[in-house]
Design a protein around this ligand. Structure first.
Ligand SMILES: [Zn+2]
Length: 190
């Protein structure tokens, strides 16, 4: 008898795996202690297409929409992407360093990509998020916390406040916190 593990080499079995080339190794002896929540949609505010997956895998058709011209030569990724219907996709092993945070700082530590896991929600800052997306997060985050020594959870807007607004006011941190049952220290942004 054998059972496939739920986690294997930083990959979650119940996420739909799509490989992104946009990652690298984490610095040696880096504790992965920060979870960063994002929002993205392409074009912004339009949901349901495959452009985000294309963007994270460097396959975006830059002629498909005028906005996409601004993304030419931009190479980014996230570990996870949660679609409006709750579908979970994984682009990068959590053991590796995904390119989601950019120039960023958390509690005096810069380059948050080094020590964080990034979860993108299909959405837009200013919009709300679906019940299915919260349910997905509420299932995923405790699983991540079993694998990695997570100590903090915040939004992209908190670690790059001059550049980023995601996930924005439409994301309910109290809903997430209450469902997880995690104490305030995990959610403090300093
Ligand atoms: Zn972001």
């Amino acid at each position: 008898m054998s059972r496939r593990p739920v986690w294997h080499q930083g990959r979650y079995r119940f996420a739909h795996a799509v490989a992104s080339p946009n990652f690298g190794p984490r610095p040696a002896a880096t504790g992965i202690d920060l979870l960063v929540i994002h929002a993205i949609s392409l074009p912004p505010g339009i949901y349901g297409g495959d452009y985000v997956q294309d963007f994270f895998t460097n396959r975006l058709d830059h002629h498909a929409h005028p906005y996409f011209e601004t993304l030419r030569d931009v190479k980014v990724s996230a570990h996870f992407y949660v679609r409006r219907g709750g579908e979970l996709m994984q682009f990068v092993s959590c053991d590796d360093r995904a390119w989601h945070a950019g120039a960023s700082i958390y509690a005096g530590r810069s380059n948050c990509n080094d020590f964080s896991i990034g979860i993108e929600l299909e959405g837009l800052d200013g919009d709300t998020f679906s019940r299915e997306q919260y349910e997905c997060l509420i299932a995923l985050v405790p699983m991540l916390a079993q694998q990695y020594p997570l100590k903090h959870i915040c939004g992209h807007e908190h670690i790059a406040p001059d550049r980023k607004k995601d996930p924005g006011e439409g994301f309910s941190w109290p809903v997430l916190q209450a469902a997880l049952g995690w104490s305030d220290e995990f959610f403090s942004v300093k």
